[in-house]
Design a binder for this molecule. Structure first.
Ligand SMILES: Nc1nc2c(ncn2[C@@H]2O[C@H](COP(=O)(O)OP(=O)(O)OP(=O)(O)O)[C@@H](O)[C@H]2O)c(=O)[nH]1
Length: 252
């Protein structure tokens, strides 16, 4: 599969282009390009959105500090080995990256620093949520997640008010250290608490999808793939066409 990826500065002034092409049959490798870095913006507050007219869906990566957001982006899209992520520095800027590997699969990822005050009144979160297709909220399952859950609730409710069409995706991350029983138990607990919080706020109509993920196995690629697939409007039509094709195939 041929892939091209383009990096942009968020402020749009110093546009740096980096295209990489490769051939690979692996669906998940189709997300990666090898060596590029995303570009980041230092002015977190009140930056402009020079690409707001683009139709590319936007995927936000949010969550508390050190939950694993940048590691996910580096492993999935830059072929970084999981062990190398141990040396990643904390993100203090919004990093935005354009990913496009076909006319169907094309989107932007915005990696948010964990420590920003997202609800600072000068921060234009309405602009950010308005153009968002999916919001991935990363929860570190190896840490105490009480604070993460309250942050998740705040983020989701704010985002929903601005744009009820956002897909809310919760990555229960770093599950590599947990036994299978423990993983299921964590997922059940987080799922229940997050949905109880929404029900208490009268917002049970907000749907959260949960995934158990780790950068140390295939789970992070599968989860990201599912998130991206939901953003491909042509997918149901493509599936229908493929089903028709298969049913008419002489080998079927
Ligand atoms: N065990 C384990 N560790 C992980 C996983 N993903 C990330 N980490 C580790 O978590 C630490 C923090 O990862 P980062 O990607 O820097 O976290 P972040 O959310 O981007 O942090 P900020 O930039 O501070 O917001 C690093 O030491 C990673 O190696 C995972 O799936 N399993």
């Amino acid at each position: 599969m041929t892939s091209a990826r383009k990096n942009n500065e968020v402020d749009g002034e110093n546009e740096a282009l980096s295209f990489d092409y490769y051939d690979d049959d692996d669906d998940f490798d189709a997300f990666t390009d090898g060596d590029g870095d995303c570009s980041c913006d230092g002015g977190v507050l009140g930056f402009s959105d020079p690409f707001s007219s683009e139709v590319k869906p936007r995927i936000l990566l949010m969550g508390l500090r050190r939950s694993g957001k940048s590691s996910i982006q580096k492993v999935v899209f830059h072929k970084m080995s999981p062990n190398e992520t141990l040396f990643l520095e904390s993100t203090n800027k919004i990093c935005r990256e354009d990913v496009s590997n076909s006319s169907f699969v094309s989107f932007q990822i915005w990696d948010f620093p964990g420590q920003i005050d997202f609800f600072d009144p000068t921060f234009d979160y309405e602009m950010i949520f308005r153009g968002t297709g999916a919001l991935i909220f990363v929860i570190d399952s190896q840490d105490d997640y009480v604070e993460a859950l309250s942050r998740l609730h705040l983020t989701v409710t704010r985002a929903y008010k601005v744009n009820p069409d956002i897909n809310f995706e919760v990555f229960i991350h770093k599950v590599d250290g947990l036994s299978d029983d423990h993983k299921i138990e964590k997922q059940r607990d987080i799922h229940k608490r997050a949905n109880d919080d929404l029900a208490d706020a009268g917002l049970e109509r907000i749907h959260l999808s949960f995934y158990l993920t780790s950068i140390y196995d295939h789970s992070i690629f599968e989860a990201f793939s599912k998130v991206v697939q939901k953003l491909i409007p042509q997918l149901p039509t493509l599936e229908n066409l493929l089903n028709i094709f298969i049913s008419l195939s002489p080998f079927y």
